[in-house]
Design a protein around this ligand. Structure first.
Ligand code: F1P
Length: 292
């Protein structure tokens, strides 16, 4: 069994741990009313996108998600939150070194004592969710569980949802699809982006992601009988019929969208196996991107 498969399967326990951690009120998380930027790269960026929408829509304050490389350091934020499993990603360190001292800074990472901590007022370490696979699965979802709990959401049922996601059937014959598109709306756009990244990284397969309403503005032209379209969260009016008219297989969300991401992770890992690829070691990717 790959590390990615083992780590995916451990998510219910990791999420329980995150719920306990949230109850202990770890320091450094955004206060209500603060203007907040959340930065990350790759998977970590997509979790930042999901959280930013959830926080702002909960009425807790303006929240922007930025790719760390695109972070506009001249903007004023009360707090900058960096998400980085490794705590070593170059773009994260560069952005945090500029803002440290000008805004409150928090790093959420899996590794104690990482370089990102040097540029952070507070650090939350989710070492119990660290991973051996280069491809991230449980770290991002565990961190999202923590953040959702901190926003005041009732996350008590999430671990059980993850258990179900581990045993539910996957879209039939995933290997037969030429192309997969993940769609989201609001906070689930970040989840759709992450699901597509999993399929690209682990299985080297053609996967895209869009906000669901944007999908109709061109990308739907790609869909045909050899496509899978997977909607995270509720589908906007009319979309189901439009996708079905293309001949594509449509997968709707059956669980909490975060648990649905677990199903997509499983599909990516299964696809990798069928293509004789090792999902732990994607082509051209390392655990952390460190630039010289
Ligand atoms: C982020 C990252 C991911 C990538 C892969 C390796 O690193 O580069 O974007 O998908 O999982 O890690 P980090 O800053 O979260 O450590």
């Amino acid at each position: 069994m790959s590390h990615a498969a083992e780590e995916t399967a451990s998510q219910p326990d990791c999420w329980r741990h995150a719920i306990d951690l949230a109850a202990s009120r770890p320091g450094g998380l955004p206060e209500p009313g603060e203007r907040v930027a959340v930065i990350g790269c790759g998977t970590s960026l997509f979790m930042a996108q999901a959280y930013a929408v959830l926080r702002e829509r909960a009425g807790l304050g303006e929240t922007d998600a930025w790719a760390a490389s695109e972070f506009p350091t001249s903007r004023r934020y009360d707090r900058v939150v960096a998400i980085s499993r490794s705590g070593t990603t170059t773009e994260i360190l560069r952005a945090m070194s500029v803002v440290h001292g000008h805004a409150a800074t928090l790093t959420i990472t899996a590794v104690p004592g990482s370089p990102a901590a040097d540029h952070s007022d507070d650090v939350i370490v989710l070492d119990f969710a660290d991973e051996r696979s280069v491809v991230q699965t449980r770290f991002p979802t565990t961190l999202l569980t923590l953040l959702r709990a901190h926003l005041g959401q009732d996350v008590s049922g999430l671990p059980e949802q993850a258990e179900r996601a581990l045993h539910m059937p996957l879209p039939a014959d995933a290997n037969g699809f030429r192309q997969v598109t993940f769609l989201g709306a609001g906070w689930t756009v970040g989840l759709a982006n992450e699901a597509a990244l999993k399929v690209r990284e682990a299985a080297q397969a053609w996967a895209e992601s869009y906000p669901a309403m944007e999908y109709r503005h061109g990308p739907i032209a790609i869909a045909d009988v050899a496509s899978l379209v997977w909607m995270f969260g509720d589908a906007p009016d009319g979309l189901i019929d439009e996708v079905r008219a293309t001949g594509a297989e449509l997968q709707l969300t059956l669980l909490d969208p975060q648990a649905e991401l677990v199903r997509a992770q499983r599909m990516a890992i299964e696809l990798a196996a069928r293509r004789n690829l090792n999902p732990d070691a994607p082509r051209s990717l390392t655990r952390s991107v460190i630039l010289t």
